[in-house]
Write a protein that binds this ligand. Structure first.
Ligand code: HEC
Length: 167
């Protein structure tokens, strides 16, 4: 493909040279042709060089990050900064509820409705059960625990599986 483009450019350069009448014209034409040839060469080489290798398409897509799962599923209620919304959505930021990992994992798996007290503030609303895989729950909760000023404790897939048996 690249060779073909270069060949075409060379042919055009030659044709232009033949068409030029006087020596001066020929010289100017030649210079213009060489200049445009150099520019085109640059475009062609950089263009061809940036083609990604085919193998990249065959590899498996990377697992979704906890942050992106949070943005996709939790952010609408618990907000980008994890502070929730007063009287509606409890905070995840420095939430005392997170001290109990099993309960926290259960909250994501089952959701809840009715009275809940977080950091001394009462909420009475409903959180739907989240349809996430164990891997996704581990990733999103690891993100929650390591963000918003929280403890930084990781949540493993094993802990999620374990919590399921206790619900
Ligand atoms: C539709 C809104 C909504 C979504 C989406 C949502 N939650 Fe909730 N969440 C709530 C509400 C409302 C409560 C309190 C429910 C109650 O009153 O029983 C709550 C409670 C919680 C609690 C326990 C209380 C606290 O604030 O610490 C945790 C932990 C939690 N949610 C985590 C999550 C995570 C993680 C996600 C995303 C995977 C998520 N929630 C998605 C609305 C939502």
């Amino acid at each position: 493909m690249c060779e073909l483009v270069i060949c075409t450019i060379q042919t055009i350069t030659l044709t232009n040279e033949k068409a030029a009448l006087s020596f001066e014209k020929k010289l100017i034409m030649k210079n213009i042709c060489i200049a445009s040839f150099v520019v085109l060469m640059l475009v062609v080489t950089t263009g061809c060089g940036s083609n990604p290798p085919q193998a990249a398409n065959d590899s498996k897509p990377a697992a979704e990050s906890g942050e992106s799962i949070y943005k996709r599923t939790c952010i609408t209620c618990h907000q980008a900064n994890g502070a929730g919304l007063p009287n509606s959505f409890p905070p995840l930021a420095k939430s005392d509820y997170l001290a109990d990992k099993v309960k926290t994992i259960g909250q994501v798996i089952k959701g809840s409705s009715g009275d809940i007290v977080v950091n001394g503030n009462k909420f009475n609303n409903a959180m739907p059960a989240q349809t996430l895989s164990d891997e996704e729950i581990a990733a999103v909760l690891t993100y929650v625990y390591s963000s918003f000023g929280n403890s930084g404790a990781p949540v493993t897939v094993g802990e999620v599986k374990d919590a399921r048996t206790k619900l």
